[in-house]
Design a protein. Structure first.
Length: 450
């Protein structure tokens, strides 16, 4: 049973504008936007003084389900997402098993239908192992295909690192190809050099020198050249260097782009200055780089060379992180705080609310062709989040919802708070309390011919 909910007097942030209005939700959809009278059968939410945003769509998460559920699962991590205003996510294929077949992909959808509180979609994995099978499939049915995280299972399986496999993929794939872009040979050479000097105990601060700018830039450049040659639809995941931002265009609308990219929140938030304080906790692949890279990424986000913001939410247990360099796992949980982080930039006058909504809500829906999501429009799914832009709180262990129970942001003071989150018209998160009766939906896509 869907509730009828009236959100009264909030400031709606949508499609480049902010204005005070009412929104009526029913049957899972946004039914009306405007001046709406209160009726007795409506559940009333007073939005006075608060801002209503479309629910955040996170285009890259690792919720670890199935197979790695000691780190996180589709229930725990989707719950954390919703507390952070995230109503939809696309999850990566490096679970156990790796999602390399249509059957395993369907099984993952099945698990999500029972466990996920947020709306979900899944990338099909592609790497050296299934590329030949893969190119025989009708690839237009997938929201996207990706190699992200799969390189951990076997060396040499990173697509951006194998021009021959990429040629095959780009010549045949009809969906978005989202790749992790680093040149493995450059990384390995650097690893050798540092291993010689430090053995296994390489300090975390050398991570961005090992996983270097050169390694990122050359892989991204090569992937773009190949995509252009085959007129393929390429998306470069989690960009980390200022140098790479100059490889992307902002002179055509997102709808017309064949080559797109994203930045993950942590690459805007942290810089190499933070390794001293946080060590392996902020070891990500690709690495957190310099202050100049961080500023270059924000600049490219603001001038539209970067299209969307993701988290690359990748929980590991604290024990898995607190290991010597080569054993410490790369990745960290971020999905509960991505909107708070971006709103801190807003508070510092570095980005507008409208731009945050464009990059976290509208553009992911456009980029992946999601049906009726990402905007506050009548007839669209009622995925919304109500935020208080004047509320202080500190990230601490006891307010984390991740199964892994830690965050690199612990101790951070935020000046905004997510108050309510609506998923498909249901009030699923309300001031710290959850209604778990309602599960998320599979995200459908509207395929356009290439
Ligand atoms: Zn990832």
């Amino acid at each position: 049973m869907n509730q009828k909910i009236l959100i009264k007097n909030s400031t709606i942030v949508n499609e480049g504008k902010s204005f005070v209005s009412d929104v009526l939700l029913s049957d899972g959809l946004i039914q009306q936007i405007g001046n709406i009278d209160i009726e007795t059968n409506y559940k009333l939410i007073d939005g006075t003084g608060k801002h209503l945003l479309p629910g955040i769509i996170d285009g890259q998460v690792h919720f670890r389900d199935p197979g790695l559920t000691h780190k996180g699962d589709l229930y725990t991590e989707s719950k954390a997402a919703i507390a952070g205003g995230v109503t939809s996510f696309i999850d990566m294929p490096n679970t156990v098993p790796n999602i390399l077949t249509v059957q395993s992909l369907r099984e993952k959808y099945e698990i999500a239908s029972k466990k996920s509180l947020a709306n979900y979609a899944f990338f099909l994995g592609v790497n050296g192992d299934n590329i030949d099978e893969f190119i025989k499939m009708d690839t237009s049915q997938f929201i996207g295909v990706s190699d992200d995280g799969l390189y951990f299972t076997k060396k040499g399986n990173l697509l951006a690192d194998s021009p021959e496999k990429m040629e095959k993929l780009f010549a045949n794939c009809k969906s978005i190809i989202a790749i992790h872009s680093e040149k493995e040979e450059i990384v390995e050479e650097n690893e050798q050099a540092f291993r010689k000097e430090y053995g296994d105990n390489i300090p975390a601060k050398f991570h961005p020198i090992i996983r270097s700018t050169k390694g990122c830039y050359e892989a991204t450049k090569r992937a773009i050249d190949l995509a252009r040659k085959h007129n393929a639809r390429l998306h470069i995941l989690h960009l980390t260097t200022e140098a790479e931002t100059h490889l992307f265009q902002n002179d055509i609308p997102l709808q017309e782009k064949k080559i797109t990219t994203e930045v993950s929140v942590h690459h805007l938030w942290f810089s190499d200055k933070d390794y001293e304080r946080l060590g392996m906790l902020i070891k990500w692949n690709p690495a957190i780089k310099t202050e100049q890279d961080k500023q270059g990424l924000l600049k490219a986000l603001l001038d539209d060379r970067i299209d969307i913001i993701t988290t690359d939410h990748a929980p590991h247990t604290l024990a898995e992180k607190q290991q010597p360099y080569f054993q410490s796992m790369s990745g960290a949980p971020m999905v509960q705080h991505s909107l708070n982080c971006m709103l801190e930039f807003y508070k510092k006058d570095l980005i507008s609310l409208e731009k945050i909504v464009e990059k976290m809500c509208h553009n992911p829906a456009i980029l992946y062709g999601m049906t009726k999501r990402g905007f506050i429009r009548e007839g669209y799914y009622a995925d919304l989040t109500l935020v208080d832009l004047n509320s202080q709180w500190t990230v601490a262990t006891d307010n984390l919802l991740y199964k892994c129970g830690w965050s690199p942001l612990e101790g951070t003071l935020f000046h905004t708070a997510i108050k309510q989150t609506f998923v498909n018209g249901n009030l699923v998160y309300n001031n710290g309390r959850f209604n778990e009766m309602f599960k998320g939906m599979e995200i459908t896509i509207t395929t356009k011919s290439n």
